[in-house]
Design a protein around this ligand. Structure first.
Ligand code: SAH
Ligand code: SF4
Ligand code: F3S
Length: 477
């Protein structure tokens, strides 16, 4: 048998890229590729890129430069593919700008990777022109992408992403996603449930349903009847082994009554909701074409909190959108003060080629954006710290996910995605444990296990694994 070929994939950007990288790996496993941890070691390097902001998009070129240098040093040329949203947005431009690229493949064509690689290999020796595939094909890539093996699932741990919806029809004026990922497409319920079943068989306990606009999900059941996101979630919580479900990213306009009721009725649906608002100013929200105002956001938050009182919110913000005045920004700060977030991502507005906002009047200087992002992040950090500090002394379940830094430690996730360090044996990974939080630091918290699936289920006295935890450990979130 020939040596397995080695594959290195590096993903940038959002969770969908993480998921896509896994699906590409699964697909290429059938072609005899095994994963490796460094580009130098690989026969095939895939850069799975993000186009959302200029900085994100430029990363691919610095990465390609680095690769080129190491290729020269090693005197070895691997095949290099650029996938993801920069591939979709820039296509052949990438090959013009970085001659070391053999293949450019957009997100809707990953199922064609084996044939594209074969084509690139054929061309490689005699012609330097790369292969570019950025069509939005009519067939559904998900019907052709290979499923992960049990070993691959187990290696990835007890949590998994599952794409249920891809693309976006909202066309916010700042955003490239409708162009890079295409129109909204929802996968059929049966396909998603089958995928979740397979993951659960491999030991997955928590799935995060992902989509650029996940709460606009509108798939079909086996009889062709429409199913919305709460309907899909109800089907998924029935899958044996699945203990927790999350979904991301939602649009405020699509938080309907039935989805809110699911937060009340389904204990498996975790009480943490990422609901991007972008701005607190109605004027800016209109210019962004967000299709909602701040009042709708407040109302939605209140309705969700009424249905599920322990829910916490996170959000995305953009500061320095064209025409944003001090008053507009004050409205954003005011919205944050009023809602209180448990986490957030905030960004300086980055003009993206081809989007309407890029050519709007009133583009703001970098210093203004910097001042505003600094103030906003300070407020959001304070709110996150307050939310975390309030967890001290509380009891809740965590899903034990992986080893901690020190021997004997495991790291689990709270319902609100906080990392909690506990003392527990490695065999407990993949189980739910009830903890009491003892220490809270900026990056993680530590707790004591009171019981749980592993500790009770095997009849082991929980005390055997307890022992007090001294210092709280800092763990990368
Ligand atoms: N589909 C999601 C988010 C997609 S992109 C939604 O509708 O909210 C993730 C985040 O990147 C966005 O929420 C936004 O805050 C940020 N973002 C998108 N385009 C941007 C741009 N041009 N400049 C700065 N931030 C941007
Ligand atoms: Fe981009 Fe807006 Fe669509 Fe989100 S809803 S992906 S921000 S266009
Ligand atoms: Fe980036 Fe594409 Fe995701 S632009 S954020 S990788 S959808």
């Amino acid at each position: 048998m020939s040596e397995p070929r080695k594959l290195y994939i590096k993903s940038f950007g959002c969770q969908m890229n993480v998921y896509d990288a896994q699906r590409m790996t699964d697909q290429l496993a059938h072609e005899g590729y095994v994963e490796t941890q460094t580009a130098e070691d690989a026969d095939l390097v895939i850069l799975n890129t993000c186009h959302i902001r200029e900085k994100a998009a430029e990363k691919v070129y610095s990465e390609l430069g680095r690769l080129r240098k190491s290729q020269d040093e090693l005197g070895r040329r691997q095949m290099v593919a650029v996938a993801g949203c920069v591939a979709q947005a820039e296509g052949a431009e990438i090959i013009k700008r970085a001659r070391s690229v053999d293949l450019v493949v957009g997100p809707q064509s990953y199922h064609k990777l084996p044939e594209l690689i074969a084509q690139a290999e054929l061309r490689g020796s005699n012609r330097r022109a790369g292969i570019v595939e950025t069509e939005f094909p009519v067939e559904d890539k998900f019907d052709h992408l290979a499923a992960p093996s049990r070993a691959a699932i187990a290696k990835r741990g007890p949590t998994a992403f599952v794409t249920v919806q891809e693309g976006c029809d909202k066309f916010c004026t700042f955003c490239v996603v409708p162009y890079t990922r295409g129109a909204e497409v929802s996968r059929p319920v049966a396909k998603i449930v089958e995928e979740v079943r397979r993951l659960a068989d491999g030991g997955v306990r928590e799935v995060t349903l992902i989509g650029q606009n996940v709460n606009a999900y509108h798939g079909e059941d086996a009889a062709g009847r429409p199913v919305n996101l709460p309907g899909l979630i109800r089907a998924i919580v029935e899958v044996p082994g699945i203990a927790r479900v999350r979904y991301t990213t939602s649009h405020p306009r699509d938080m309907d009554e039935e989805l809110i009721a699911a937060h009340r009725d389904l204990p498996q649906l975790m009480p943490y909701l990422h609901l991007p608002v972008q701005s607190g100013s109605n004027r800016i929200l209109a210019a962004m074409n967000r299709k909602h105002d701040r009042e709708l956001f407040f109302e939605t938050v209140e309705r969700v909190r009424a249905a599920r009182p322990d829910i916490a919110f996170s959000s995305d913000f953009i500061v320095g959108f064209p025409g944003e005045t001090d008053e507009d920004f004050a409205d954003t700060m005011d919205l944050v003060e009023k809602v209180r977030f448990a986490g957030a991502f905030s960004f300086k507005y980055s003009p993206r080629p081809g989007t309407p906002a890029a050519t709007m009047a009133g583009q703001l200087p970098e210093e203004v954006k910097s001042q505003r992002i600094y103030a906003l992040q300070a407020l959001l950090d304070r709110q996150k710290a307050e939310f975390d500090a309030a967890c001290r002394g509380r009891r809740f379940d965590i899903l034990l996910e992986k080893h901690g830094k020190l021997p004997g430690q495991l790291i689990g996730r709270s319902p609100w995605l906080q990392s909690v360090v506990v003392l527990a044996p490695p065999e407990a990974i993949g189980t739910l444990a009830t903890v009491e939080v003892r220490e809270v630091s900026t990056k993680s918290m530590s707790g004591q296990i009171l019981g749980g699936e592993f500790f009770d289920g095997r009849g082991e006295p929980a005390a055997r694994f307890m022992g007090s935890i001294g210092q709280s450990e800092k763990v990368e979130a």
